[in-house]
Every structure is written in C-alpha cells, then in structure tokens.
Write a protein that binds this ligand. Structure first.
Ligand code: SF4
Ligand code: SF4
Length: 272
C-alpha cells in the first residue's frame, strides 16, 4: 500500500516537473507593446477597426498590419500615445459623429402592419423588411442603442434614436448594426445634415411619410456654396463646401435639413 502511494507520488512529481519544463520551452512570449497598447485602447471591443476586440487590434498594430487611426473609438490623446509606443508619426484624424438619417416618427410615417415580435430591428427586418411603409425608414426597435458601447444613443418617445454627441466617439458600431442604413457618420465640423435616407421620388415619399425628402432640389438651387447635390433622389451635403449658413434648411419644404445644435438641445431636454 505504502509502495503504491510512493509510486503514484513519484509519478505525479515527475509529471509536474515535466509540465513545468514544457511550459517554459513552449511558452509564447507576449510582446509588452501589445499589453501597453491594449491598455491605451478604450476596451469597448466595438469592432470598428475590423479586428476581434481591442487586444486583437493591438496585436495587429504591433505586427504592422494596422494603423492607430483605424481605431474609431480612441480620442486624439490615445492615438498619440499609441503612435509613440509604436514609434510612428502621429497624424491627427478628423472626428466623426453619428447622425440618424430619418425623421419618420410614429405619428409622421405610415406602417404596413403591427409588429409584435422581438424588439430588434434585424428581427423585424425579416418580416418583409419591417413594418414601416417607407423601405428606407428607421424601424425604431433600438438595435443601434444596444450596439453602442458608449451609451451614446437612446430611443426618443417619437420612436427614433437620439444621439448624445458628448458620448459619441464615432466608432460606427450603431451604423454597422442598423439593417436600414439609417445611421451614418458625418464629420464633426459639419453642422447641417439631411435627416432622410429615402431614394424614392416625391410622390412615393409622400405616400409613406409626411416628413421625407421629396428630392425637389430647392436646397440644391438655393445653396450659395453649391454644397448640396441630389444623389439618386436623396439630397447630400458636401462638408468641404458647406459654410453652415443654413439657407437650405430655411428653403426645404419638408423641413428635412437639421442642425446638430438643434439636436443637442433635444437630447439635453430628454435627459431632463
Ligand atoms: S436606426 Fe436602425 S438600428 Fe436604430 S432603431 Fe432605427 S432601424 Fe433600428
Ligand atoms: S429642399 Fe428638402 S425636400 Fe427638397 S431636395 Fe432638399 S432636402 Fe429634399
């Protein structure tokens, strides 16, 4: 009995020593730069860089397969620090902000049926493209809200997402999650945007929504900077040309053109 216990003990000791040696021989060294850079990244694992989480992105950075600016969620200071660790030249990036390109609220946009399924826009989309009669309109189930790693989006009582600019990092997680492509990133310096995603012509728009862009072109004709064009029946503002005068918004008969400062007031009020 004693001999058996001694034999087993001896075998356990030999195995433990063997495993200890093997773990040293086969240990994979982690580059300390990866650890440092992972600590500098926001830790949101939003996927905006295209890698599996912040540590995956840090590994790609150290391997020279990615560039610091590919992280959409890091601020300028963090990008600068990461560039220092990598020994690369820091070039500031332009900050972007998410915007909702739809104003078809529950009282303004028609619905085709009453949806009673899972509260998820991608699930709602499976039922004939969702309940909204406008195929381009926001479905209002808040998948973008759940996707935002920074808590920058909430659903307003009108059934549309509201973006809190002070929390939005421009990572684009909401835009990637939205099945309707209703959320887009615009440069933070662009004050005006067209709050409609429709590519339909005027009559078709009016049949489904009271407040959609009817592609009348009044904004295009009245913009003193020629900053607006119609792209497949949808007005688009060129941020390079827009001077922020707001004449387009005054002229728009549908009141589709919004200023981000107006939005900020709405979000501040909704926060109470
Ligand atoms: S913006 Fe897109 S994801 Fe967000 S509630 Fe509307 S349809 Fe859903
Ligand atoms: S004026 Fe308004 S409705 Fe007409 S094209 Fe411009 S954004 Fe659309």
């Amino acid at each position: 009995m004693i001999a058996a216990i001694a034999t087993l003990g001896g075998m356990a000791f030999i195995l433990a020593v063997g495993l200890g040696i093997a773990s040293r021989i086969f240990a994979v060294e982690t580059d300390p730069k990866i650890t440092t850079i992972t600590g500098l990244l926001p830790g949101a694992n939003c996927g905006g860089c295209g890698y599996a989480g912040c540590s995956g992105f840090a590994t790609a950075l150290v391997a020279g397969e990615a560039a610091p600016l590919e992280c959409k969620a890091s601020g300028a200071d963090a990008i600068q620090e990461i560039s220092k660790v990598l020994g690369v030249v820091y070039v500031p990036k332009e900050k972007t902000i998410a915007r909702v390109f739809c104003q078809g609220s529950l009282d303004k946009a028609k619905v085709r049926y009453r949806y009673q399924g899972i509260e998820d826009c991608n699930a709602a989309m499976l039922l004939g493209g969702g309940a909204k009669a406008c195929v381009y309109g926001c479905l209002g189930m808040g998948s973008c809200v759940k996707a935002c790693p920074f808590g920058a989006i909430s659903m307003g009582p009108e059934g549309l997402p509201r973006i809190d600019e002070s929390s939005c990092t421009g990572c684009g997680a909401c835009a990637r999650k939205c099945p309707k492509g209703v959320i887009e990133l615009i440069p933070a310096r662009q004050m005006w945007y067209i709050s409609c995603n429709s590519h339909h012509k005027g009559k078709a728009v009016r049949q489904v929504c009271e407040v959609g862009c009817i592609a009348c072109g009044l904004c295009v004709r009245n913009c003193p900077e020629q900053a607006i064009t119609l792209d497949n029946n949808r007005a688009v503002i060129d941020p390079e040309k827009c001077s922020g005068c707001g004449i387009c918004a005054e002229k728009c008969p549908q009141k589709v053109i919004h200023s981000r400062s107006e939005d900020r007031e709405v979000v501040a009020l909704s926060k109470g």
